[in-house]
Design a protein around this ligand. Structure first.
Ligand SMILES: [Zn+2]
Length: 56
């Protein structure tokens, strides 16, 4: 399903084309270039930020 396209990837969220090795899209979405561990880390941070904003 995934990975059939050659060349640059696109953000699955906003459809922007991504640079090689770009781990986070400009819209803030983690891309497929991010490793599993990095992605978890990133999502935890996103969650923390959201939570802080909600509480503040
Ligand atoms: Zn995007």
């Amino acid at each position: 399903m995934f990975g059939k396209k050659k060349g640059g990837d696109e953000c699955h969220s906003c459809g922007r084309s991504l640079h090689e090795g770009q781990k986070v899209c400009r819209c803030g979405t983690a891309t497929a270039m991010m490793t599993f561990e990095e992605r978890i880390q990133y999502e935890v941070e996103q969650w923390r930020t959201t939570r802080q904003q909600a509480t503040a």
